[in-house]
Design a protein around this ligand. Structure first.
Ligand code: GDP
Length: 601
């Protein structure tokens, strides 16, 4: 194995990079990079953009281990980094400008998400001017106080979860709708877990305040219990009382969004690389593939050659959310486009390439990669796999979703698991609740790269199917300590291997010889096991350890030997220790890296 293979240099690369930039980053020539791309079946010129996956393969061939570019902020390094942050990391920082915040609305069923989306849409004065009826393209924009806000309007988790599952976070801010007459419900908690795992700030819209049985204080109490302490309780979660049905409080909510957005410094480079996320897509009988795209950086134009997963094509036409034909769209703009070769999945990343040929090459390569991947078993989110990713520096926490039969068992499980967190590896319990394991638990696990742990509960059929399809590990336990024990074992695997001592044998010092070059040598008899030259010696005198250190020489009958067994005599030199005496007892041992435990999950 060459040195390079043994110790790859690590390098951070952006989501897309030109051949020239890649060559510079890995201290290679563009020609070498192009050759290497060719040998991987990709024809590319020097100014061509290649995606991270391709760049990582080329980098690996040049002895670099590539990771997706991250920010310096340590907090963010530990979690998911919003896609747009990663995208603008490689941009000319002077060219960055503010862009509209992208907002998604989550919450429990029937708490008023759809009604709120309609109410917000009605505040849009531009709609009248445009003369357009808003078209459903999965997202819309409204103007408020001279600023624009983009809303993803597929209520519920689906769009958001799909984006998260593909590592492409679309939303900058989550609006959590909670009905004031119903309070925090299971899907509310799930939404909180999603937003927290994605590190997207939450604004609570306390809805249905017009209802006579609305109890705002009770809901605030529940929110606080779920980690969202309202601002009027000295917390940092903005809670805006509204009535979506009566259109009350909507402006306060929009103001709150702008306030949060301002503090987040949401930026993009309109002139930079064009990249974004597929919101949704469908096949229209007459128009072909219609895809709703959210532009996140750069400016998308009609005529651009776009790649999204294995879909590609030249954009024939582009429409805004009023259904008006447009020719270009800047950051945070949702658009509906025609021209892709097939329906890309929601959440897929898209970007613009230079030519159709480049698009074809990338897609061909992805097809090949998919063929290869389908030949091998679906990668699973198991503790073992998380360990691998941890070692690769991708994850620094073990994420879990815990379901238990009763509250009385949930609490001790959560607290004992939290106790297992160590400085280096965190246990992050995304969601802990009583009840059976459901499809949405698995969905949260898939999007968050977490494992699902059940305690005295079962997983329903839909959950099991999804878990199998997504390769999510579900473990069931009936005894708490077995659960914590397994997690602890897994965590040990995740930690750098501990050093473990291995005792080889013992010897007694019967004589001491002075050898001018070597110093004092202990003339010994091996009483059990063996003494090995590459090992270490611990010297006991009257039961106390007086020295520990490596062996410097080992002889049997004047001969240098590698080992001496029980019953034989030998001369042992101990490095940096001259004070050996007759009667000392020696223990010979080695220090080994403790073997990583077998995967328990
Ligand atoms: P979703 O499932 O979260 O999208 O909830 P919907 O928007 O479909 O709302 C569920 C029900 O609650 C509908 O009958 C709405 O009319 C009603 N609703 C929504 N918002 C309000 C509100 O502010 N006040 C009252 N009284 N009813 C509301």
């Amino acid at each position: 194995m060459s040195d390079i293979e043994r110790h790859p240099k690590t390098i951070e690369l952006p989501p897309t990079i030109t051949v020239r930039e890649l060559a510079n980053s890995i201290q290679s020539s563009p020609i070498e990079v192009i050759k290497s791309l060719m040998s991987n079946g990709v024809m590319a010129n020097i100014n061509q953009q290649i995606d991270f996956d391709t760049a990582a393969i080329i980098a690996a061939e040049m002895g670099y281990e590539a990771t997706l570019e991250t920010l310096e902020d340590e907090e963010e390094e530990r979690g998911e980094i919003p896609l747009w942050r990663r995208m603008i990391a490689g941009e000319d920082q002077a060219a960055l400008t503010q862009r509209p915040p992208v907002v998604t609305i989550l919450g429990h069923v029937d708490h008023g998400k759809t009604t709120l989306l309609d109410a917000i849409r009605h505040t849009d004065v531009a709609a009248g001017e445009a003369g357009g009826i808003t078209q459903h393209i999965g997202a819309y924009q409204v103007e408020f106080n001279g600023r624009t806000i983009t809303f993803l309007d597929t209520p519920g988790h689906s769009a958001f979860t799909a984006m998260r599952a593909r590592g492409a976070q679309g939303a900058d801010i989550v609006i959590l709708v909670v009905a004031a007459d119903d309070g925090v419900m299971p899907q509310t908690r799930e939404a909180i877990a999603h937003a927290k795992a994605a590190r997207v700030p939450i604004i609570v819209a306390l809805n249905k305040t017009d209802r006579p049985n609305a109890d705002q204080e009770r809901v605030k109490q529940q929110l606080a219990e779920n980690g969202l302490v309202p601002d009027d309780w000295d917390g940092d979660t903005i809670v805006v009382p509204i009535s979506a049905k009566k259109q009350q409080g909507i402006e306060d909510l929009l103001e709150a969004i702008l306030l949060v957005a301002e503090n987040m410094d949401i930026q993009a480079n309109p002139k930079g690389k064009v990249i974004g996320t597929v919101i949704e897509a469908e096949l229209d009988k007459s128009k072909g593939v219609l895809a709703s795209l959210l532009v996140q950086n750069g400016t998308l134009k009609v005529g651009d050659e776009v790649v999204a997963g294995i879909a590609f094509g030249r954009l024939r036409a582009m429409f805004d959310h009023y259904g008006r034909k447009i020719s270009k769209a800047g950051p945070s703009t949702p658009v509906s486009v025609m021209g892709l070769s097939e329906v890309p999945p929601a959440g897929e990343l898209f970007y613009v390439v230079d030519s159709e040929r480049e698009a074809r090459d990338i897609v061909n390569e992805r097809h090949q990669a998919m063929d290869k991947a389908s030949a091998s078993p679906k990668s699973a989110v198991t503790l073992e796999q998380l360990f691998d990713r941890f070692q690769a520096g991708e994850v620094r926490e073990l994420r879990m979703i815990i379901k238990a039969d009763v509250q009385g068992s949930l609490e001790p499980i959560v607290s004992s698991l939290n106790d297992l967190s160590s400085g280096d590896i965190n246990i992050n319990i995304l969601h802990a609740e009583t009840g059976n394991i459901t499809e949405s638990d698995v969905m949260l696990a898939a999007a968050s790269k977490a494992v699902v742990i059940g305690f005295n509960v079962s997983a329903d059929a839909a959950a099991r199917r999804l878990a199998e399809a997504e390769g999510i590990s579900i473990r069931n336990y009936e005894i708490i300590y077995r659960l914590t024990e397994d997690v602890e074992k897994a965590l040990k695997g995740m930690l750098p291997p501990e050093e473990k001592e291995n005792t080889l044998g013992h010897a007694e010092v019967r004589a001491v010889f002075r050898i001018s070059k070597l110093g004092n040598i202990a003339g010994c008899k091996v009483v059990d096991g063996e003494i090995r030259r590459n090992a270490r010696i611990r010297v006991f005198r009257q039961g106390k350890v007086i020295h520990e250190g490596p062996i410097s020489s080992l002889k049997h009958l004047q001969e240098d030997v590698r080992e001496v067994r029980t019953g034989f005599e030998c001369g042992i030199g101990i490095k940096n220790f001259d004070g050996i005496e007759v009667g000392d007892k020696l223990e010979c041992y080695t220090i080994e890296k403790a073997a990583v435990e077998e995967s328990v999950f």
